[in-house]
Design a protein around this ligand. Structure first.
Ligand code: NOJ
Length: 556
């Protein structure tokens, strides 16, 4: 492990500044015990896939004890491992194996809310209004003569009110508690010093066990505006910022930054380069960049990039704004196209430009053009992996997996689906377990056929085994791109737009002696004479880059 080896022209830099971090969604990665839900021994056994792929680190979505009402983003105990996933010893084995393979390990930290099963919340329910136990959460009296109306108009990101009425210890209707997500996810009150002390201790618990960092869930949500002022707009996970031009009172409040400064001090007191990564659905990039100022977090997910429509002008606008905003604070930009909350980009890009859906797709919705989506997704990835900074890869995108859009209502498990009566299709379609070997039951996800979400039969030909060593497969494309990215240290590059080629629906830039072309126009784009192809997302046609294709060329 350590800084990139290409040190002849790149000064040794902290690993995370150009890292490619692979997101493992533990429920769906690999299932060692065959119960249909992935687990830690399953992940450990498959870590060589990540080393072969050529990524730098693995980020694990939450594996803490949890009733799994929101797939683990409802944490009942921050210092343990959910038995369905394994034990602390299994985690230690995973971490040791990852480090042996040169992979860093990033945990998911969920500080905005706990599970309703957390000991603190149970104690809060059993205690009286105004008690210290309740002061760890956001309990308020209801409005109306009997307090039968919620304290304010806030809505849950998953649909419905953001408040649920708790029973008083004697069983009669009592106070209400705030939950920006599911009612099983009560929000913590970050104005309470006890909450700060608890999370500092949780950070140390995992840092002491050698983790290399934390992806911080809902990093823009912890602090709520004083007095909880009214806000009766619909909420969307993907739109945590300024739907109406004003900043909502639950998102991106100034107070969150002090929390990250505290945490940074904790991380900096450890050896090695441990990192904090903000999951903050905040826009514009200048607001996002405030999370990665020198004494706060290291990286923040660039969701503006993920949401950008497949149009050259809009991609360029986001890239320019991102780089400019991050340069001001001296942080690397990051790039991401898929995760466990959005429609997989191989399907998202199979819709007309500007009409890409970000939240789920159901069987009765307009369906994506699968071939077009994959072609564009491969181009989008090849282009993304040449951009300067860090990048994120979501499990299965290296196989070109599409969103599963045909899941029937009965198998869907996302609380967003249930809370909106199915109006929000939810995120199950991007969470279907990974195919490893096409001819094995559950395609090698587990030893038997069990899989917590059904896998489509077409996935047999998309398995890791089916694509390994196959020229032109999406898996080999990712492997090739990651190897070349490392060889040319592209994450440390400086992007310079190629004024001659960029324009209309074409983007082209130069970075560290490489010319990167993305052609979204109908006409092929010819590279300059002498440019030598290094990598192509599809195939060059007479030496030119055809439509919906990206290519890297060496400029000798
Ligand atoms: C963001 C996570 O990525 C998502 O999966 C989860 O539902 C919410 N935060 C609530 O924790």
């Amino acid at each position: 492990m350590g800084p990139v080896s290409d040190t002849d022209t790149v000064p040794a830099a902290p690993w995370w500044r150009d890292a490619v971090i692979y997101q493992v969604y533990p429920r769906s990665f690999a299932d060692a015990d065959g119960d249909g839900l992935g687990d830690l021994p399953g992940i450990t056994a498959r870590l060589t896939h990540l080393a072969d792929l050529g990524v730098d680190a693995v980020w694990l979505s939450p594996v803490y004890p949890s009733p799994q009402k929101d797939a683990g983003y409802d944490v009942a105990d921050y210092r343990g491992i959910e038995p369905v996933f394994g034990t602390l010893a299994d985690f230690e084995a995973l971490s040791a194996r990852a480090h042996e393979l040169g992979l860093r390990v990033v945990m998911d930290l969920v500080p905005n809310h706990t599970s309703a099963d957390h000991a603190w919340f149970r104690q809060a329910l059993a205690a009286a209004p105004g008690s210290p136990e309740r002061a760890r959460y956001v309990f308020r009296d209801g409005r109306g003569p009997d307090g039968e109306l919620p304290p304010n108009s806030w809505r849950s990101v998953f649909g419905g009110s953001a408040w649920t009425r708790a029973a008083a210890p004697d069983g009669t209707p009592g106070q209400w508690y705030l939950h920006l997500f599911d009612s099983s996810q009560p929000d913590l009150d970050w104005s309470n010093p006890e909450v700060h002390a608890e999370f500092e201790d949780v950070l140390r618990f995992w840092l002491d066990r050698g983790v290399d960092g934390f992806r911080v869930d809902v990093a823009h949500g912890l602090v709520k505006a004083e007095g909880l002022p009214e806000w009766d707009h619909d909420q969307e996970l993907l739109n945590g910022s300024a739907a109406s031009g004003e900043r909502p009172p639950m998102w991106d409040q100034e107070g969150v930054h002090e929390i990250y400064r505290e945490w940074r001090r904790v991380l900096d007191s450890y050896d090695g380069e441990r990192i904090l990564v903000a999951e903050a659905w905040v826009t514009p990039p200048e607001r996002l960049a405030r999370y990665v100022r020198g004494d706060e977090m290291h990286q923040a997910f660039n969701f503006d990039y993920l949401r950008a429509p497949w149009r050259a002008g809009e991609l360029k606008r986001v890239i320019d704004a991102t780089l400019a905003a991050h340069e001001v604070v001296g942080a690397p930009a990051t790039w991401v196209l898929s995760n466990h909350d959005v429609v997989r980009h191989a399907s998202r890009l199979g819709y007309p430009a500007g009409g890409e859906p970000t939240s789920g797709v159901g069987p009765d919705d307009p369906q994506p053009d699968a071939e077009l989506g994959l072609r564009r997704a491969r181009a989008a990835t090849v282009f993304m992996l040449a951009l300067p900074g860090g990048a994120y890869v979501y499990q299965g995108e290296e196989l070109g997996l599409p969103e599963v859009t045909t899941l029937p209502a009965e198998v869907r498990q996302d609380p967003a689906f249930a809370r909106t009566g199915g109006e929000d299709r939810g995120r199950d379609g991007c969470r279907v377990p990974i195919p490893w070997e096409g001819d094995a039951p559950s395609y090698g996800f587990g030893p038997g056929s069990a899989s917590w979400l059904p896998q489509p039969p077409e996935w047999a030909r998309l398995s890791v085994a089916a694509q390994t060593g196959v020229a032109g497969s999406t898996l080999e494309l990712y492997r090739g791109a990651l190897a070349l990215r490392r060889e040319h240290a592209l994450g440390h590059g400086e992007l310079e737009w190629d004024a001659g080629l960029t324009g209309g629906d074409v983007l082209a830039f130069r970075t560290r002696g490489v010319l990167v072309v993305l052609n979204l126009s109908a006409e092929p784009v010819a590279p300059p004479a002498g440019a030598r192809p290094l990598l192509v997302s599809g195939e060059l046609v007479d030496g030119s880059v055809p439509t919906d294709t990206a290519a890297w060329f060496a400029l000798d």
